[in-house]
Design a protein around this ligand. Structure first.
Ligand code: FE2
Ligand code: FE2
Length: 475
């Protein structure tokens, strides 16, 4: 078992004590991190004892220890998956060469940019979710929110470690800047669009953790293939934490749907108005939230054609999702890939060099993965005997990045006129009224075992604890 040293101020499994300069630099950054947590982390939670899992080793099995802790005392630290001294680069122009333990000079700027962009999303989501604790639908859900928040904080640590260890002075400056940008801030926003959106209610939160944390899964998976070994090992460990975040999203939306279907069957109605009057969220509104979060999230993969994506791949910085399981040549020089464009009001496919289309390749892998969960949500509706089905919108719907940016497209994939868009938008994307309605349901329910009216209880508790376990102790 590869264990983590908790006797140090900064828990780690990278022998931090042997590198005094680095240790001092990180100990200098630590108080700023805590200040950031106090300023924009989960609101009003300082004195809560939360039943959290903490990483105690980096073994895939049994790395987690559960217990009540104050979030401020959570053992944020630096944990890398074990290294393999023989590891070889397995894609791109350097295929077959030894993986890098340090940053090669010629890739320094690109690697720093990749790490900073990933790092920036981690504190951003904590900021976006800052107020949600005040409206938790149950103590169980409150605990899950806090678990995600502390782990996103740890993911920030993971990226900051790489910046401090491998990028010298500019790395330290970037690490500071990660605490200075703020989600939604007009003057100094987070780097990526979806991370400047609000997460104002729990339906948004569940959609966010289902879709946007899944973007995290795919980005981290691509980085886990990197020729820069410390980045590969760091992101591999982050992925083990990410799985729980997506579980919270998938099961959260599923429980909302379950409750809605129950109300529909009790009232024998499919009228959204009546569903709302009964205090549940109508399936139409859930569909609009889904459309929004899905389209905003697939923008995160970047432009469909990108010379940066080609460079990142060929130089070994970022692979594809499950690169090792693919059976092509892992160089991709003569291959092509289909991307979409709109010409004369028509949606067309065109073949482009695959290396330039790697953002699109990753986006399509993400789409496959996220559609599967939507199918599981539909099973809940089907089981309730209700004919409604949720769908993911067309890939070109509501896009703001790449060739499809600004194209007016219906969720079912028709190019539409500006006037049709204006007329139908309210059926396709959450309206202010939808959001106000969902917000009106958000009252705080935190007695053990009690749940808000708009969401069903989970099937099981966390870590085999009962559903009515005291997951959070309020001081
Ligand atoms: Fe994360
Ligand atoms: Fe996450």
């Amino acid at each position: 078992m590869s264990s983590i040293n908790y006797s140090e101020k900064i828990p780690n499994n990278v022998n931090l004590a042997e590198d005094r300069t680095l240790q001092r630099a990180l100990e200098g950054w630590q108080p700023n991190f805590i200040n950031w947590w106090d300023d924009v982390g989960p609101e009003g939670s300082t004195n809560y004892d939360v039943y959290l899992r903490t990483a105690v080793s980096v073994d895939p099995q049994g790395w987690a220890q559960f217990g009540h802790v104050k979030m401020r005392d959570y053992r944020w630290g630096i944990f890398l998956n074990p290294g393999d001294a023989e590891r070889k680069i397995h894609f791109g122009d350097h295929m077959g060469e030894k993986a890098w333990q340090d940053v090669p000079g010629e890739h320094r700027a690109n690697l720093r940019r990749i790490i900073v962009t990933q790092g920036d999303t981690e504190p951003a989501s904590v900021e976006q979710q800052r107020h949600l604790g005040l409206t938790a639908p149950s103590m169980y859900d409150l605990r899950n929110l806090f678990q995600i928040n502390v782990e996103e904080g740890r993911h920030l640590w993971a990226m900051v470690y790489l910046l401090h260890k491998h990028f010298g002075r500019d790395g330290r400056e970037e690490a500071e800047a990660l605490l200075e940008r703020q989600s939604g801030d007009e003057n100094n926003p987070r780097i990526l669009g979806a991370f400047n959106e609000k997460t104002p209610d729990w339906l948004s939160f569940f959609m966010f953790t289902y879709f946007t944390d899944r973007d995290g899964k795919f980005q981290l998976s691509a980085l886990a293939e990197s020729a820069f070994d410390p980045l590969a090992r760091t992101t591999k460990f982050m992925l083990t934490e990410e799985a729980h975040h997506m579980f919270v999203g998938e099961s959260g939306v599923s429980r909302v749907i379950q409750r809605t279907c129950q109300v529909m069957n009790e009232l024998k109605t499919d009228d959204p108005k009546k569903v709302r009057e009964a205090g549940a969220i109508d399936l139409e509104t859930i569909q609009r939230y889904l459309n929004f979060h899905y389209s905003v999230t697939i923008d995160l993969f970047g432009a469909d054609q990108s010379s940066n994506a080609a460079t990142f791949y060929s130089s070994g910085l970022k692979g594809r999702y499950e690169e090792g399981k693919r059976t092509d040549d892992h160089v991709l020089k003569n291959q092509t890939y289909k991307v979409l464009e709109v010409k004369d009001g028509q949606l067309l496919e065109k073949e482009v060099p695959m290396l330039n289309a790697l953002n699109e390749v990753l986006r399509d892998d993400f789409i496959k993965d996220s559609v599967a969960g939507v199918g599981r949500w539909n099973k809940v509706i089907e089981k309730a005997g209700i004919p409604f089905r949720l769908t993911v919108p067309h890939k070109a719907f509501n896009r703001a990045i790449g060739a499809l940016a600004g194209i007016r497209m219906s969720p079912d994939g028709r190019v539409v006129s500006e006037s049709e868009w204006d007329a139908k938008k309210k059926d396709w994307l959450p309206t202010d009224e939808d959001r106000a309605f969902v917000a009106s349901l958000m009252g705080r329910v935190v007695e053990p075992g009690k749940f808000a009216n708009w969401i069903a209880p989970p099937v099981m508790g966390i870590n085999r604890q009962p559903v009515d376990f005291e997951y959070v102790r309020f001081a």
